[in-house]
Design a protein around this ligand. Structure first.
Ligand code: FAD
Length: 478
């Protein structure tokens, strides 16, 4: 028999349940990737994610070819492509690993029903999560809206006891005459102007890169994760997010490594596992509240008075020219590497949604295009959490002060000096508030405000008051 394996965002050969099922079914396998970004609606992969996808497909394709079952790449619509490949190969079975974005769930359901009607055996599996989003619910059978009870319930159901499945064997039973394929290059995923050198210098997309990132983290940073995770100037976190998003590694594999490290790194491991818990929570919310990528979960926020869009310095925010050093460092790190430290994601998002009172969705869309780890579940949760309008969100009145945040979490200034080099010579105590530095200090550091670095685009105290006043407007509503 022949089994078609439809690869999507599960671009790995280890712990891949669809692949293992295909092998256990016996016979030959046909690995397939279908390029159909339009089927993801307004959340088709952004520019940075397309860059990643290109390299990840190359890595997967190389590995599959080495093992004897080359990857066949086709263009969508997915259903048409699958039906054509079933005809061309004579496959009797189609398998894949599930995704949880609302548009993709709808598409997959339709395809599953259509293929089954044609007499094919169709099966889907969980490769992306520790627990399926529908497996966890509160006592009244409702989805959770608060993280702590969600994670407690997930753990009670065995989230931390999930172990990875077997890896694929060194030789895979591919078809002897595999159907024709497009090349990865033909999908035109790479940028036409070369802004991607910083990405290439930072990342190694693909399963081998994911494995190395996890090993490096377990060896160097896991033990100290609960202290190191909030310091953007250090490599204190795993940087696994793009690898997890594209399924080059799965959470069960990460869990297995953490569990082994538990004795030597207990505090770090527990904290890190709860971050994997946030990833699960994000998927739980997206699954149960599929409207949230564009609408606040807390509907009162639909009426929050916003700033006049002509007065929001959105371009300055995007390009790291706000005059607030930690914000600018973050936005430049994002532009250069396709990733930003979590603490700084919160600070930059708070500035945009609260001090500048721009719609959170505009920020979410900019992140969507520039993050290599852009993920509909995590990005929606992160933006709504920071904007105060999501599940278990930071209370609206908690407005991050970027100066105090910088002084606390980047006290020695490593992060700002790296990404805002024009301020590098300023002494620590002026680094996060250069506009307050005496003229002589600025001169000695070679900084001319206005010429080298802007003054703040917003008055932090005044804009904080305005944000709180806007909130008063909706607070009393039910
Ligand atoms: P680690 O600290 O090593 O954490 C390990 C893993 O846990 C991460 O790789 C990630 O998969 C998961 N995780 C950690 N924190 C969160 C969280 N708060 N929510 C969900 N999952 C989490 N994460 C994305 O993967 N994609 C996004 O598009 C995204 N957008 C965000 C937008 C905003 C405004 C904010 C505040 C956060 C966003 N995050 C997003 C969450 C978080 O910032 C990143 O997951 C994290 O910085 C990735 O770095 P890491 O792999 O080193 O994380």
């Amino acid at each position: 028999s022949i089994t078609l394996i439809w690869f999507r965002r599960d671009l790995r050969l280890e712990d891949n349940p669809a692949l293992i099922h295909a092998l256990e079914a016996g016979g030959r396998i046909l690995p397939v990737y279908i390029h159909a970004p339009e089927e993801e609606g307004e959340w088709a992969p952004g520019a940075a994610a397309r860059w990643w996808l290109h390299h990840s497909l190359q890595a997967l394709g190389g590995e599959l070819a080495r093992r004897g079952a080359p990857l066949v790449i086709r263009r969508g619509p997915s259903r048409t492509a699958l039906e054509a490949l079933v005809r061309e190969s004579g496959a009797q079975r189609v398998v894949w690993n599930r995704l949880y974005d609302p548009a993709v769930i709808r598409r997959d359901r339709e395809i599953k029903a259509a293929l089954r009607e044609q007499g094919l055996e169709v099966k889907s599996f969980n490769a992306a999560l520790l627990m399926e989003p529908w497996a966890v619910s509160n006592r009244s059978g409702q989805p959770y809206r608060v993280f702590t009870p969600f994670w407690k319930a997930s753990r009670a159901l065995g989230a931390e006891r999930q172990s990875p499945g077997p890896s694929a064997p060194a030789h895979l039973p591919g078809l002897s005459g595999a159907p024709a394929t497009e090349s990865v290059e033909a999908l035109d995923l790479l940028p036409h102007i070369p802004w991607d050198t910083g990405l290439a210098a930072t990342w190694q997309p693909g399963e081998a890169g994911a494995r190395q990132a996890l090993a490096r983290f377990a060896e160097k940073a896991l033990e100290d994760y609960d202290r190191g995770r909030d310091r953007p100037g250090r490599t204190g976190t795993s940087r696994l997010s793009p690898h997890l998003h594209f399924g080059e590694i799965g959470p069960r594999q990460v869990m297995a490594v953490c569990t082994r490290a538990r004795e030597r790194a207990a505090g770090g491991v527990d904290r890190f596992l709860s971050e994997l818990g946030w990833r699960e929570f994000a998927h739980h919310l997206l699954f149960h509240f599929p409207q949230t990528p564009t609408r606040p979960l807390d509907r009162r926020f639909e009426d929050l008075p916003l700033a006049d869009p002509r007065e929001v310095p959105f371009e300055a925010w995007c390009h790291g020219r706000t005059g607030l050093p930690i914000v600018d460092a973050g936005m430049r790190e994002l532009w250069h590497t396709g990733w930003m430290h979590n603490r700084v994601r919160m600070i930059t998002a708070s500035l945009l949604t609260k001090n500048l009172r721009a719609p959170w969705l505009e920020g979410a869309r900019w992140f969507w295009d520039t993050l290599v780890d852009a993920d509909l579940a995590a990005n929606t949760l992160g933006w709504q959490w920071t904007a105060g309008c999501g599940a278990d969100a930071a209370p609206y009145f908690r407005i991050f002060n970027p100066v105090l945040q910088g002084e606390r979490f980047d006290a020695a200034g490593d992060y700002v000096r790296r990404w805002v080099p024009e301020l590098a010579q300023l002494p620590d105590r002026h680094l996060h508030r250069p506009w307050e530095a005496p003229a002589a200090v600025l001169r000695a550091a070679g900084v001319d405000l206005d010429r080298d670095y802007p003054r703040p685009v917003v008055d932090l105290a005044e804009s904080r008051r305005a944000a709180l006043a806007a909130f008063e407007h909706i607070k009393a509503r039910p």
